[in-house]
Ligand binder design. Structure first.
Ligand code: ADP
Length: 519
C-alpha cells in the first residue's frame, strides 16, 4: 500500500513526496476512517482524496461549491488520465445524460457535484445504484453558520448520505477552521470519530502588512510600479469599488481584469482565464473571485478594503504564494471600512448572529491596529499556539509604529459638527473646516462660523480620515442612508472638555518617506 500511494503520486501528479498532512490523511482514509483535513489554501488538499479515489474500488463523489471551477478540475484530471466528470447547472441536457450514462457504466473514478445537485431526488436515486467508496466534502466550512461562506445545502449532506444503501467514508476539507467551525463540521456532516489533522496555518513565505492613513489608490499605483511583472490580486469590498479601481488602473496602462458577481458569466470566465493564463497580471475583484483558484504564482494580494473578519482575510490573502516563494499581502485599512462593515451587518437578515459578526469585525479591526506581530495575531486567532512573537516578516516586526495625538484635530472637527447643528455629512463638514469657497458652504452661511477654515493647513482627505476614525471609534455617529449626517456621541463631550485624549497609530515604513496629515 505504501508503494502504491507513492507510485500514483509520481505517475499522475509527477511529485516524489507528500507534503505534511497528505500522507497521514490518505493513510487514514485507506484504513477506512472518516477524516477532517484542515489545511491552508495551497497546501494540497485535492490529492488527499484523489489518491484514495484511485486506490479504492468504486467511485468518489466530490461535493464542491465551486461550480465555476469544476470544469477546470475535471479537465486537469482527464489530462492526467484519470476518468472524472462533473454535474452542475452548466451542463446541457445531452451532456448531463452522457455523464449519467458514464456513471451507470462505472466509467469514472471521481464525480464532482454541487451541493444543490446532491440534494435532488433524481440524483440520490442514481447515486443509490453506485458503489460509492468515498464522499469528499470540499470547503467544508460552508456547513457552518459560523464560517464565512455558509451554504444551506451543505447542512443537508448528512441526511442524504443516510439515504444511501450503505454509508461511504466521508472526508471533509477546509482551509478555515476556528475551533467552533471545526466542531460544527464534525457534528453537521456526522463524521464518525474522524481522524483530524491541522497542518498549521502559518504561511512562512507571506509577508503581512497593514497600511493606514495613505491614499489607497496612490499606494497601489506605487506598489504596482515597483512590482511590474508580477501577478497579483486586488480585493475590494464592493462591485462599485472594483469598477472604479479597475478603470483607473486600466487608464494607467496596466494589464488588468476585473471580476464580480455583477458581470455576466461569460465576462467572468473570460477575466478568470486571462488572469490564470497570465494574459493579464492584475485582477481586481470582490470576494466572489478566488475560492479554489489554482494559480500558484500569485505574488501579492492587496486588500483595498478591510474584509469583515479574519477568516475571510486569511483565506483571500492565502491565495498568494502557493508556490512557496516570497509573496506580499497588504491590507489597506481606513476607518471607513469599519463603518461599511458595520452597515452591512446592520443590513443583514434576521437569522444572522449580528453580535457574533460584530465580534469578528472588531477582531479584524484589532488586527489592523495591533502593534504586535501580525502573523502571531492571525495564528493565535486560529488557535495555533505561537510562542515566538516576532516573525520578522510582517509590517509590525519590520516597522516602527508611531502614535499620533489627534485630540486637537478631533476637538476642532467635533465643534464644527456641533456648530453645523449635526445636520451635515463628512464632505460638507470637511469643506467647512478646510475653509472651502464652495458655493454650498457660502450659501448656507458656513463661512461665517468660527470653525470655518480652522483646519485650512490640513489635507481634505486627512480631515475626512480623522472623521472616519471618530466614527469607527463610536465618538461621532453617522446616520441616514442616502445623505448620512454626523452627530456627536456621548464620549465626544469628554474629548471636547479635555477629559479624554485621542490617538491614532501610524506606521513609519522604513525607507519610505513619511507622509503627514498636513498639506
Ligand atoms: P488546496 O486545495 O489545499 O488549496 P490544491 O490541492 O489545489 O490545494 O494544491 C495546491 C498546489 O499544490 C497544486 O498546484 C498542487 O499540484 C500542488 N501540490 C499538491 N501536493 C503536492 C506535493 N505533494 N508536492 C508538490 N506539489 C503539490
Amino acid at each position: 500500500m505504501e508503494d502504491k500511494k507513492y507510485q500514483l503520486l509520481k505517475k499522475y501528479f509527477g511529485y516524489d513526496d507528500f507534503r505534511y498532512g497528505q500522507k497521514e490523511l490518505i493513510d487514514e482514509i485507506l484504513s477506512g476512517r472518516d477524516v477532517l483535513g484542515i489545511m491552508p489554501t495551497g497546501a494540497g488538499k485535492s490529492i488527499c482524496y484523489q489518491i484514495p479515489a484511485l486506490v479504492m474500488d468504486g467511485i468518489t463523489v466530490v461535493i464542491s461549491p465551486l461550480i465555476s471551477l469544476m470544469k477546470d478540475q475535471v479537465d486537469t484530471l482527464l489530462e492526467m488520465g484519470i476518468e472524472a466528470a462533473f454535474i452542475n447547472s452548466s451542463l446541457s441536457d445531452l451532456e448531463y445524460r452522457q455523464v449519467i450514462e458514464g456513471l451507470r457504466n462505472n466509467q469514472y473514478k471521481l464525480i464532482y457535484v454541487a451541493p444543490e445537485r446532491f440534494e435532488m431526488e433524481g440524483f440520490i436515486n442514481i447515486l443509490s445504484r453506485l458503489h460509492i467508496s468515498l464522499i469528499a466534502v470540499d470547503e467544508a466550512h460552508c456547513v457552518s453558520q459560523w464560517g464565512h461562506d455558509f451554504r444551506p445545502s451543505y447542512t443537508n449532506i448528512a441526511n442524504i448520505i443516510q439515504k444511501l444503501p450503505s454509508r461511504p467514508l466521508i472526508a471533509a476539507f477546509t482551509a478555515t477552521a476556528t475551533p467552533i467551525v471545526r466542531k460544527d463540521i464534525i457534528k453537521l456532516l456526522q463524521l464518525k470519530k474522524p481522524f483530524t489533522i491541522t497542518t498549521g496555518f502559518d504561511r512562512e513565505n507571506i509577508y503581512f502588512e497593514v497600511v493606514k492613513n495613505e491614499n489607497k489608490f496612490d499606494f497601489i499605483h506605487h506598489y504596482l510600479q515597483e512590482n511590474k511583472t508580477q501577478s497579483g490580486l486586488i480585493y475590494c469590498s464592493t462591485r462599485k469599488t472594483v469598477d472604479s479601481v479597475y478603470k483607473k488602473l486600466k487608464d494607467k496602462g496596466y494589464k488588468v481584469r476585473k471580476y464580480h458577481a455583477g458581470l455576466s458569466e461569460d465576462e467572468r470566465s473570460k477575466s478568470q482565464e486571462d488572469f490564470l493564463y497570465d494574459k493579464a497580471t492584475i485582477m481586481v475583484a470582490t470576494n466572489a473571485f478566488g475560492m479554489g483558484i489554482d494559480k500558484s504564482n500569485i505574488r501579492f494580494v492587496l486588500h483595498y478594503n478591510m474584509p469583515k473578519n479574519i477568516e475571510s482575510y486569511y483565506q483571500e490573502a492565502g491565495r498568494a504564494g502557493r508556490d512557496g516563494l516570497p509573496s506580499n499581502c497588504v491590507l489597506l485599512y481606513s476607518p471607513a471600512d469599519t463603518v461599511m462593515n458595520k452597515f452591512l451587518i446592520e443590513q443583514s437578515s434576521d437569522d444572522v448572529d449580528k453580535q457574533g459578526e460584530y465580534k469578528k469585525l472588531y477582531e479584524m479591526v484589532d488586527y489592523c491596529n495591533t502593534e504586535g506581530c501580525l502573523r502571531t495575531y492571525i495564528l493565535n486567532y486560529f488557535g495555533d499556539k505561537v510562542l515566538n512573537t516576532i516573525c520578522n516578516n510582517c509590517s509590525s516586526c519590520n516597522n516602527e509604529v508611531e502614535e499620533q495625538d489627534i485630540t486637537i484635530e478631533a476637538q476642532k472637527i467635533m465643534s464644527c459638527i456641533k456648530r453645523m447643528n449635526e445636520r451635515f455629512g463628512t464632505a460638507m463638514v470637511a469643506n467647512v473646516l478646510k475653509g472651502s469657497k464652495n458655493s454650498k458652504v457660502t450659501s448656507l452661511g458656513f463661512h461665517t462660523l468660527p470653525t470655518y477654515g480652522i483646519m485650512k493647513e490640513y489635507k481634505i482627505e486627512s480631515i475626512k480620515e480623522i472623521i472616519g476614525y471618530l466614527i469607527a471609534e463610536n465618538i461621532v455617529f453617522q446616520s441616514g442612508d442616502k445623505y448620512p449626517t454626523l452627530a456627536l456621541g456621548q464620549s465626544a463631550y469628554d474629548v471636547l472638555k479635555g477629559h479624554k485624549t485621542i490617538t491614532i497609530k501610524r506606521v513609519l515604513v522604513k525607507e519610505k518617506a513619511k507622509k503627514g496629515l498636513k498639506d
